[in-house]
Design a protein around this ligand. Structure first.
Ligand code: SAH
Length: 276
C-alpha cells in the first residue's frame, strides 16, 4: 500500500467554532478508506461512528481520541437522527473538530444530506469526504461489474427501506433492463422478486446476494430472481447484505478473485505505523 502522507488539516482560526467532516468509511476493508478520510480520523477531536464502520477501521481511531457509537440497529435507532444532528451542531459549537464517519458514502442512503443541511442551517462549517459505496465496493469484491459492454448499459441503486412506505416504481425498474442494486433489502427479498416479476421481469433473471462485502467473511450467493427469498433463508444471510439483480451477476463465475484475505489486521497495523 502506498504511504499516505498525512498533511495537517487547516488550523484553527476558521475552526474557533469547530467544524464537522462527514466522512465515508467505505464498505469495510480499511485499505479502501481514502487518504483524506484517514487524515480526518487522525486529526479529529471527536469521532462519531455508526455500526457499518468496520472493526478494522475502528482500530485506526487514535486511542486518545474520544469516539462515540451513534449507530443504528434495524428497527431500534440508538440515537434519533434529529438528536444526532443537534449533537453535531453542539460539538462543533464547542469548537471541536468532529469526524462523523459512516459506512460507504455519506450521500448514498446515509442521511449525510440531512446532517449537512442541519449543519449549514446552523452556520457550521462542514466538509464531505466521499467513500466507496457498497454497490461499488461489494460488487467489485464479488467479481460482478456493475456495467459490462454488451450485457448492461447502466445501473440503478435502490433502497428497499422507506421511512414510512416504500415508494418504488417497479414497472420502470423492470423496464430498464440493466443492473439493479438493492440496499437494505434482506428482509424484503421476497417482495423485491415478486414485484419485479409482476412488473414483467423474467423469473430466471440472474441475481446475487452479497453479505458483508469487502470483509474477510464476505459471502456471495447466486441464483435467480425468483429464488431470492429462499436463498436468504437457506443460507441464513445476515445484514449487511446487498441484492444485485441482472445478467452481470453471471460474470462472477469468471471474475471471482477475492479470497477473503485482505492482509489485515496487518494492513491496519501498517497504517497505524505510517500515521503514528
Ligand atoms: N451509505 C452506505 C449505505 C448505508 S445503507 C453506502 O454508501 O454503502 C445500509 C445498507 O448498505 C445495508 O443494509 C446493505 O444493504 C448495504 N451495505 C453496506 N455495507 C455493506 C457491506 N459491507 N456488504 C453488503 N452490504 C452492505
Amino acid at each position: 500500500m502506498p504511504s499516505p502522507e498525512i498533511v495537517k488539516l487547516p488550523a484553527s482560526a476558521a475552526h474557533a467554532v469547530g467544524k464537522v467532516w462527514l466522512v465515508g468509511a467505505g464498505p469495510g476493508d480499511p485499505d479502501l478508506l481514502t487518504v483524506k478520510a484517514l487524515r480526518v480520523i487522525q486529526q479529529a477531536d471527536l469521532i462519531l461512528f455508526d455500526n457499518l464502520v468496520s472493526e478494522e477501521i475502528r482500530a485506526l481511531f487514535p486511542a486518545a481520541t474520544r469516539a462515540l457509537y451513534v449507530g443504528k440497529i434495524k428497527d431500534a435507532h440508538s440515537i434519533p437522527q434529529e438528536l444526532l444532528n443537534e449533537l453535531l451542531v453542539e460539538k462543533a459549537r464547542q469548537g471541536l473538530k468532529v469526524c462523523r464517519i459512516k459506512g460507504g458514502d455519506p450521500f448514498v442512503f446515509g442521511r449525510g444530506g440531512e446532517e449537512m443541511l442541519r449543519l449549514k442551517q446552523a452556520g457550521i462549517e462542514v466538509e464531505l469526504v466521499p467513500g466507496i459505496t457498497a454497490a461499488a465496493g461489494c460488487t467489485s469484491y464479488a467479481g460482478i461489474p456493475l456495467t459490462h459492454r454488451g450485457i448492461s448499459q447502466g445501473c440503478t441503486l435502490v433502497t428497499a427501506h422507506g421511512e414510512k412506505s416504500l415508494d418504488v416504481n417497479w414497472q420502470s425498474l423492470a423496464g430498464l433492463q440493466h443492473t439493479l442494486v438493492f440496499y437494505m433489502g434482506l428482509s424484503r427479498a421476497g417482495m423485491i422478486s415478486s414485484e419485479l416479476i409482476a412488473a414483467g421481469m423474467n423469473n430466471n433473471t440472474p441475481a446475487a446476494l452479497i453479505e458483508r462485502g469487502c470483509c474477510p467473511e464476505q459471502r456471495v450467493i447466486r441464483g435467480s430472481l425468483q429464488e431470492l427469498e429462499e436463498l436468504v433463508a437457506r443460507h441464513e444471510v445476515q445484514s449487511p447484505a446487498l441484492i444485485v439483480v441482472g445478467d452481470v451477476t453471471r460474470l462472477a463465475d469468471q471474475l471471482d478473485w477475492f479470497q477473503g484475505d485482505t492482509g489485515y489486521p496487518a494492513a491496519s497495523t501498517e497504517i497505524q505505523k505510517l500515521t503514528a
